[in-house]
Design a binder for this molecule. Structure first.
Ligand SMILES: [Zn+2]
Length: 149
């Protein structure tokens, strides 16, 4: 899924652009007012989209730093997708291609990939390199959700 996120209404087919602060909310179609589900898929972001989502998100954000040539990244990708589905409404999952966004990789000193970070209220609260099980990623997000500030 690309950013900005555009959701097609199942009822009337209208395309609704979802602002970063509402990615985890149940919205309403601008045309027919049908409920729109919170985003339940990883969102591919470039540097400016990353900054926007991290700044505006009102739920924890998991960021998957990856690259197409990285075997472990490709292996863990289905788990990241399943996690985004499971956590729809409670968390946002972003994917950063380290080949196309080297600025973000250097900003967060990403030395090896896959590399996962969790952000809460605009701040990095967790970082860990290496592929991990989905339950582990979910526990990072659930822990971040309980943190104050
Ligand atoms: Zn509609």
């Amino acid at each position: 899924m690309q950013y900005p996120v555009v959701t097609t209404c199942a009822q009337c087919g209208a395309k609704n652009r979802i602002p970063a602060r509402h990615l985890a909310d149940t919205g309403r179609c601008g045309v027919c007012k049908t409920a729109l589900s919170p985003v339940g898929a990883p969102i591919e972001v470039n540097t400016s989209a990353f900054d926007e989502v991290i700044r505006d998100a009102r739920v924890p954000v998991l960021v998957d730093f990856w690259a197409a040539w990285c075997g472990p990244c490709r292996m863990v990708a289905p788990e990241v997708e399943a996690l985004a589905r499971e956590m729809a409404g409670k968390a946002i999952v972003l994917k950063v291609d380290t080949e196309s966004e080297p600025e973000l990789s250097s900003r967060f000193r990403i030395a090896s990939i896959p590399n996962f970070m969790v952000f809460r209220n605009g701040k990095a609260v967790f970082q860990q390199p290496g592929a991990v099980a989905r339950a582990q990623m979910r526990s990072w997000l659930e822990h971040a959700a309980t943190q104050v500030g």
